[in-house]
Write a protein that binds this ligand. Structure first.
Ligand SMILES: [Zn+2]
Length: 297
């Protein structure tokens, strides 16, 4: 996302003070330390848009039960507090953030995602709908990552924005293979459209941003995906979307993410439910994909 997107709130950053990426291996006693953690803590809320031009997005999301599907996908997470996924108007600002147990995604950002979606299928087989659903899912999962780090007091070494990107990529890669591919490549496509021309922003502003550069974020997610499954994502290296030199170490990158996720967050996930709802997501999203691909630009 562009630098102004998903401003992490200071309150969250202080509770998730920079610490060690890999804490002591999680044990049963770690789980017991958060006694009120339980699954099915995800709530959702569709706020009415203030801008009439966003009414169609509101209607389509409600009709397609977009937040209900996300709620289901994330229901296996055991959290100590309810987490509400919300879509709302943001006074013209295309943004998304986590604050006070709410993940808010602005209609303005969804409108921007719709606007930058591809109009024709990409060489990777990614469709228009994938370049809408992928980025939208990625934003929700990224913000949920911030929420999980905060609620579960997960130590993060390195930039939290990068960790939230990795949290999102890891969850998307748990989906069925073809669905994981569509969501990952759709999200990367959107990041690539978000790279500002050099003259529009000073190098100082870009390099000092809390997020990595959009191009780095796109390459990082492709690298994690390739590291997870070299066969499923072989064409991104063959087509040079991911340079060969970077691809050589992607398995290590993915192993690092896997170790952190399974050690720190794994104990807070109902794995049987997670497997089930990864399948349910893939089934329920297909109708939405068909409709989005049919719609005129
Ligand atoms: Zn963020």
């Amino acid at each position: 996302m562009s630098p102004q997107i998903d401003n992490r709130q200071p309150a969250a950053s202080t509770t998730i003070a920079a610490a060690m990426l890999i804490a002591a291996a999680a044990t049963t006693s770690n789980v017991d330390a958060a006694p009120r953690s339980r699954p099915n803590q995800i709530k959702y809320e569709y706020a009415q848009p203030n801008d009439p031009s966003h009414q169609a997005i509101y209607d389509q999301m409600k009709q397609g039960q977009a937040l209900e599907h996300l709620q289901q996908l994330l229901s296996p997470l055991r959290l100590p507090h309810p987490l509400t996924l919300k879509v709302a108007s943001c006074d013209g600002v295309a943004d998304a953030w986590y604050e006070n147990k709410f993940v808010t995604l602005c209609y303005e950002l969804l409108a921007e995602i719709l606007k930058s979606a591809t109009t024709r299928d990409l060489p990777t087989g990614v469709s228009k709908a994938d370049t809408i659903l992928g980025p939208a899912l990625d934003v929700f999962l990224h913000e949920t990552g911030h929420a999980v780090f905060d609620m579960l007091q997960i130590p993060v070494l390195g930039r939290e924005e990068d960790a939230a990107d990795q949290f999102s990529a890891y969850i998307m890669l748990r989906l069925r293979k073809d669905e994981a591919r569509r969501m990952i490549l759709g999200a990367a496509y959107h990041r690539a459209t978000d790279i500002p021309p050099l003259e529009t922003e000073s190098a100082r502003d870009k390099f000092s941003d809390e997020h990595s550069l959009p191009a780095q974020r796109a390459f990082n997610v492709l690298c994690i995906a390739y590291g997870a499954d070299k066969k499923l994502f072989s064409d991104i290296v063959e087509k040079d979307l991911l340079p060969k030199q970077r691809a050589e170490t992607c398995e290590i990158d993915y192993d690092d993410v896997t170790f952190a996720m399974t050690t720190l967050i794994g104990p807070h996930v109902d794995k049987t439910a997670a497997k089930k709802f990864h399948e349910v997501w893939t089934r329920t999203v297909s109708a939405r994909r068909t409709r989005l691909n049919r719609e005129q630009q």
